[in-house]
Design a protein around this ligand. Structure first.
Ligand code: CA
Length: 223
């Protein structure tokens, strides 16, 4: 899951980024509203964490304009303490939820998870395919009774595959969701990571779940 964080207070932005990365999210951070808006228009995000008071473009105008473009990316707005006007304005502009500063990171995480679930077709926290199960809260995976140890990137890949099972995913789509803005699409890094994941998920099992679609990309499905 890829998240855009638009927050001009660098300390707060870093705190959110660090916390989200520890939870295996892929995070892009921008400190300016206009720049953030340009990213939200052109890149694919699963959710946006958006401060209200921003240089360039404020969070309310940001949200309103994004919604006018029919972009429904879930938005969690960060509002100033006790400013009822900001909360109401934020929700009226089309934000999905808000969080009052200062906040505990655990609450930001819980609200973000809830927004991501609302947007997903599958609302459960457990994803599965055949005998493979992934717990999106504890980040633990297992196949039959074998636990699978995943790195942060492998977890992100597996979650993305399982949320899109039976769908062929091109390298471009994978890069857009699993790597941040600075990713160089000219490398074979995606194939390298998928091979690592495949070793962990499929090696030793007769039934393979990760399949290469030659010239197109990858798909996760039961044969
Ligand atoms: Ca601010």
């Amino acid at each position: 899951m890829r998240i855009l964080v638009v927050e001009d207070e660098k300390k707060v932005a870093r705190f959110i980024q660090q916390g989200l990365e520890e939870e295996h999210y892929i995070v892009d951070v921008v400190h300016d509203g206009s720049q953030g808006f340009a990213m939200a228009e052109t890149e694919k995000y699963d959710a946006i964490v958006l401060d209200v008071m921003l240089p360039g473009k404020d969070g309310i105008a940001f949200t309103r304009e994004l919604r006018e473009q029919k972009k429904s990316t879930p938005i969690l707005m960060l509002t100033a303490k006790s400013s009822l006007e900001e909360k109401v304005g934020g929700l009226d502009s089309g934000a999905d939820d808000y969080l009052t500063k200062p906040f505990a990171f655990a609450e930001l995480l819980a609200r973000l998870r809830s927004l991501l679930r609302r947007g997903a077709q599958d609302k459960t926290t457990m994803l599965s395919l055949g005998d493979l199960v992934l717990d999106t809260v504890s980040h633990k995976a297992r196949r039959t009774d074998r636990a699978i140890d995943l790195t942060a990137k492998e977890y992100a890949l597996l979650e993305f595959f399982l949320r899109n099972k039976d769908r062929v995913l091109s390298r471009t789509i994978i890069a857009e969701h699993i790597w941040d803005y600075h990713f160089d699409t000219g490398t074979n890094l995606i194939d390298v990571y998928i091979n690592h994941l495949r070793n962990k998920v499929d090696t030793g099992f007769e039934k393979k779940l990760i399949h290469t679609v030659r010239g197109v990309g990858y798909v996760m499905k039961e044969e």
